[in-house]
Design a protein around this ligand. Sequence first.
Ligand SMILES: NC(=O)c1ccc[n+]([C@@H]2O[C@H](COP(=O)([O-])OP(=O)(O)OC[C@H]3O[C@@H](n4cnc5c(N)ncnc54)[C@H](O)[C@@H]3O)[C@@H](O)[C@H]2O)c1
Length: 437
Amino acid sequence: MMTVVERIKSREANVVVVGAGYVGLPLVVETAKAGFKTTAYDRSTEKVELLLKGVSYIKDIPTATLEPLVKSGLISASTNPDVLGEADVIIICVPTPLNKTKDPDNSFIMDAAEMIAARMKRPQLIVLESTTFPGFTREALLPRLAEGGKDGPKKPDEDFFLAFSPERVDPGNVKYFTHNTPKVLGGISSKSLEVAQAMYSCFIEKIVPVSSTDSAEMVKLLENTFRAVNIGLVNEVAIMCARLGLDTWEVIQAAASKPFGFMPFYPGPGLGGHCIPIDPLYLSWKLKTLKYDARFITLADNINSSMPEHVVTLVSDALNDRRKPVRGSKILICGVAYKRDIEDVRESPALDIIELLHRRGGEVAYTDPYVPSLRIGDHVYKRTAIEDAGAFDCVVITTDHSNVDYAKLVDRAQLVVDTRNATRALRATHGNKIVSL
Ligand SMILES: NC(=O)c1ccc[n+]([C@@H]2O[C@H](COP(=O)([O-])OP(=O)(O)OC[C@H]3O[C@@H](n4cnc5c(N)ncnc54)[C@H](O)[C@@H]3O)[C@@H](O)[C@H]2O)c1
């Protein structure tokens, strides 16, 4: 019988990606492009039906790329967990959110592990890509897989090989994609790492091996904590500059002229997306179990989470200067995706800003070229045409999509609160109606 590595090298290995979302779907495409028969296994019938038709639901993956791979039979999709039993390689990309008390929720990974363990018939490489805390793969996933299913326990490094590889997908990035972003890999043993390296080197240009799954898990949390803390710092700089009567953006741009020892980060209305606001809290949670208080993370979380409130204060002050209260004012939120040029609204600070203004009695509407409709709680908002900006007392730029004509927007608007510096070139001529973060 061929080993897993031999099956990988000869491209006879069947790949199953568990969770075909923002991380999983690009992986499905990459492994298929590398010649592996790949199945997207997802709980969502809606996603699976679209995939079977070759239709993409993720902006970074064009249907034109996906469709030929589906038609040629390299990609298929299923909601049936039995596909896991036919796999040689399983890559887990399910969500890892926080629960109501802001603690890690690893239940999606454990559900996937349950399905895998119950169906393991031949040696499999299993790689976890979902973000989690240091120690999770070794302490929770490994024992669950080793417990096996009805046919008894399974041996690590014989019946299955296990590794962790943090996903670094950056939605909307036009330079770095899955294949050309270096990939960190850690195994539960050198044997598992070797098998995982054999697989990933088939479709990733550069592999960065580390000594353990714990270390690979920590790499991801360092990367995202680095961003959360630096954004927290620069958001506080924006608050300080407002008190000092200084232009935050001018200060940052000038500091960025230093060719060494400084890296610019930019303030904004708050953190969004599935990673930066969440992942650092996985790390601080783990450290709490070791009786250590991760102070930088807590402070950055406090500052970043307070930004929507700060933006609402800017809006309220700007309206007040025009003798208008928030209550009854018509306010247009421009951009609800959590960052530029993408359609994802998960954890978007624009949603908090809408809610806060709504609670203060504002008549809030939104516009976003990538988001046709928006649900916040029970309320469904229909997109307003950006051409109607003039009918609003205030326009708040919360996301700076690059296909928006900001000169036209400012021309039409009565008042603009810009949280992204999208109107930098217009402040000299239209300064009387622009307030910036
Ligand atoms: N989105 C990003 O930019 C990004 C970047 C780096 C890392 N990550 C991490 O990657 C992981 C996945 O994130 P995502 O953004 O792709 O999530 P997503 O919500 O877009 O996709 C997850 C998919 O998993 C499916 N799913 C959930 N439980 C399942 C199960 N038990 N079996 C089968 N399918 C299941 C869901 O239906 C969904 O389609 C998370 O841990 C996240 O932190 C995300």
